[in-house]
Design a protein around this ligand. Structure first.
Ligand SMILES: [Zn+2]
Length: 87
């Protein structure tokens, strides 16, 4: 891994190309991916939970209940939400 390798603080996706960032984002400032926010703001916890729940249902074939639980678990361990930057 390169020293300047950045990862999305929400989901952990590597931020390699400018396309990985939200459209129009300043890649020196923004440290989240296009799935986790806009160029100005990270998604709120509620938005992130909803998005991740849908993602889990689609990608893992979980029921909504299972997916929500898994999403809550994932976000609990996410640096972005753990350090209190977002509520
Ligand atoms: Zn992300």
């Amino acid at each position: 891994m390169q020293a300047n390798q950045k990862m999305c603080v929400v989901c952990g996706m590597p931020l390699v190309k400018v396309e990985d960032y939200p459209e129009g984002a300043d890649t020196n400032v923004v440290d989240w991916c296009k799935y986790c926010g806009t160029k100005d703001n990270m998604n709120s916890y509620e938005q992130a939970l909803k998005g991740m729940t849908e993602f889990m249902m689609k990608s893992q074939g979980m029921t909504e209940e299972q997916a929500k639980k898994a999403a809550e678990e994932a976000l609990k361990n996410s640096a972005a939400y753990k350090d209190g930057r977002l509520k």
